[in-house]
Design a binder for this molecule. Structure first.
Ligand SMILES: Nc1ncnc2c1ncn2[C@@H]1O[C@H](COP(=O)(O)OP(=O)(O)OP(=O)(O)O)[C@@H](O)[C@H]1O
Ligand SMILES: [Mg+2]
Length: 359
């Protein structure tokens, strides 16, 4: 298994996923690509790796590269209005030019627009999305264009908190994405999120479903984990134990490897991880006032422990629905709206469920 250094940390090869994405961005844009998956499955790292190491790997990409890419990560941005949405990725053209000179990665995160036009956009006298389209036409100029937006659920939070105006903004943005891909084929649009309650809504919106492709970036498969741990010197029995407790969660596997290197007892470390996941659940259960959420959650846990996952039914019980929503939002459960399956957000939460349910 290939492990290279990326951003001074080990990067576990995700060959299949990388190939899929490179091939996707090479095609003519037809649909929006929704990249979803459990919390911390490696979506952001994967897309950033693909952009940096594959799409823009050529030297002097801004002169002769094959791709024009913008990567906007909304995480950590305080988006409470149209204006803050705008300012989270639009710079006045002159400032933008300075940034490009200084740091090319930074320049990927922003779009530059002339000050005069920007003023008009702010006042809503000029349409933001039409203006971005113009920038793409001008700058991409024959290159393959891709607009990638990470943490889209931030816009959803805005729409829940701020009501109608914000709802329009999200709708406008998604319409713009449909125009770029399906209608004008001008640019790819990839949208990332771990919030599948949000994906679920999109998936069940007939118009968006038709213009979208949904692609899951999951935790590592067992074979990959085995390969990786073998290379790190783990024995078969240890590998079995690690898989049972943390599954294919990359960040947790890194922790396990570090713990073992520093001489800690493996079983003790894994037990501790499961214990912490358990206390997280207990804390949430303690706070929930709605009895139905608690009951629904227990039922889900029982089925996951018995079958490996919870299968969502078409006439699903209200309690179950409430529990899925509550515990998925809090990243304990992972709901896959395409498979209609619920699992732990990572294996360690399923391990914790054993304690919640008891013998
Ligand atoms: N292929 C990889 N090799 C090594 N480490 C990785 C790899 N992918 C992700 N990681 C590490 O795992 C952690 C989680 O990754 P990342 O933030 O990319 O996940 P995510 O799916 O985007 O999470 P979120 O759901 O919070 O958006 C990070 O610390 C990252 O460095
Ligand atoms: Mg991410």
């Amino acid at each position: 298994m290939k492990i290279e250094v990326y951003r001074r940390a080990p990067f576990v090869d995700r060959e299949e996923e990388i190939d899929f994405l490179v091939e996707w961005f090479n095609r003519v844009p037809q649909r929006i690509l929704w990249i979803y998956g459990p919390k911390s499955s490696g979506k952001t790292t994967l897309i950033e790796y693909v952009i940096e190491k594959r799409l823009l790997a050529e030297k002097e990409w801004w002169k002769k590269g094959k791709y024009w890419v913008k990567y906007i990560n909304l995480r950590g941005k305080l988006i409470i209005s149209y204006r803050s949405f705008l300012e989270s990725f639009i710079y006045p053209e002159d400032v933008y030019r300075e940034e490009v000179e200084r740091d090319y990665w930074l320049s990927l995160k922003f779009i530059g627009i002339e000050r005069k036009r920007l003023k008009e956009i702010r006042k809503r006298e000029r349409d933001l999305f039409e203006e971005i389209t113009e920038v793409i036409k001008k700058e991409a100029n024959g290159k393959k264009a891709a607009l990638i937006v990470d943490e889209i659920q931030i816009l959803r939070d805005l729409y829940i908190k701020n009501g109608n105006g914000a709802r329009e903004l999200l709708k406008e943005f998604l319409n713009f994405c449909v125009r770029l891909t399906k209608e004008t084929h001008l640019s790819h649009v990839a949208i990332l999120t771990s919030n599948t309650i949000f994906i679920d809504r999109i998936y069940n919106d007939a118009r968006l479903k038709e213009t979208s492709e949904f692609w899951k970036v999951d935790h590592l498969k067992k074979e990959r984990v085995r390969e990786w741990l073998r290379e790190e010197g783990f024995g078969e029995e240890e590998i079995g134990l690690v898989w049972e407790y943390v599954g294919g969660s990359i960040s947790r596997l890194i922790k396990v490897i570090e713990a073992r290197k520093s001489g800690r007892d493996l079983k003790e470390h894994l037990e501790r991880e499961a214990w912490l996941a358990y206390t997280e659940i207990v804390e949430l259960l303690r706070k929930v006032e709605d009895r139905e959420v608690k009951e629904g959650f227990r039922k889900i846990c029982e089925e996951i422990l018995r079958e490996g996952f919870y299968q969502v039914k078409s006439d699903e019980d209200k309690k179950i629905n409430k529990a899925i929503e509550y515990f998925s939002e809090r990243e304990i459960l992972f709901y896959d709206p395409l498979e209609l399956r619920v699992t732990g957000n990572s294996r360690v939460y399923e391990k914790a469920m054993e304690r919640v349910i008891g013998p």
